[in-house]
Design a protein around this ligand. Structure first.
Ligand code: FES
Length: 64
C-alpha cells in the first residue's frame, strides 16, 4: 500500500527502514526515504507504521 504518493513510498518500505536502518521517528524516516518533505499528508500514517513496527520488533525479541 502506498503511504506517500509524492515520493511513491509504501508501507513495506517504511517497515524495512525501521528494521534495517533503525529508523525510530519521522525525522529519521524523512532522511532515509524523503517521505513527508513535500505535502506532509503521509506523516500521520507513516508515524503509525513506525510505531507498530517497533512494537512488533520488541515483541519478537522478547520471544527469542
Ligand atoms: S504524500 Fe508524502 S509528502 Fe506528500
Amino acid at each position: 500500500m502506498y503511504v506517500c504518493m509524492c515520493f511513491g513510498v509504501t508501507d513495506t518500505a517504511i517497515k524495512n527502514a525501521v528494521e534495517e536502518h533503525g529508523v525510530g521517528n519521522m525525522r529519521e524516516l524523512s532522511r532515509v526515504l524523503q517521505l513527508g518533505t513535500e505535502c506532509g499528508r503521509c506523516v500521520q500514517m507513516a508515524q503509525q507504521i513506525i510505531d507498530s513496527t517497533i512494537i512488533d520488533e520488541s515483541l519478537f525479541k522478547e520471544v527469542c
